[in-house]
Every structure is written in structure tokens, then in C-alpha cells.
Design a protein. Structure first.
Length: 48
């Protein structure tokens, strides 16, 4: 398989700094998400 990413792209991953708004959005979404297991099925409900 061909290399799709340059070598230095892995080093740049450490420089990622998300905005506070993005972090708050993801935290609030994860708090509102409910996963219900019923038999062998999973149901996702967003409690907003």
C-alpha cells in the first residue's frame, strides 16, 4: 500500500489544540448520549 501521509505529519499531531467551544460541545454531547442494550441490539438516544 502506498504511503499516503508524509513522515512529519505524525509529529504535528502533538500540536493540536482544540478550542474551548469544541471541547465543551463534545462533553455536552457525551453527557446527553444514552446507549441502551436490549438483547444483542444497541439503541442510542440523545437526551435533549
Amino acid at each position: 500500500m502506498a504511503k499516503l501521509y508524509p513522515e512529519n505529519s505524525i509529529e504535528n499531531l502533538n500540536d493540536l489544540k482544540p478550542r474551548e467551544e469544541t471541547v465543551n460541545f463534545l462533553l455536552n454531547y457525551s453527557k446527553a448520549l444514552s446507549v441502551i442494550n436490549y438483547n444483542k441490539m444497541k439503541f442510542e438516544a440523545l437526551l435533549n
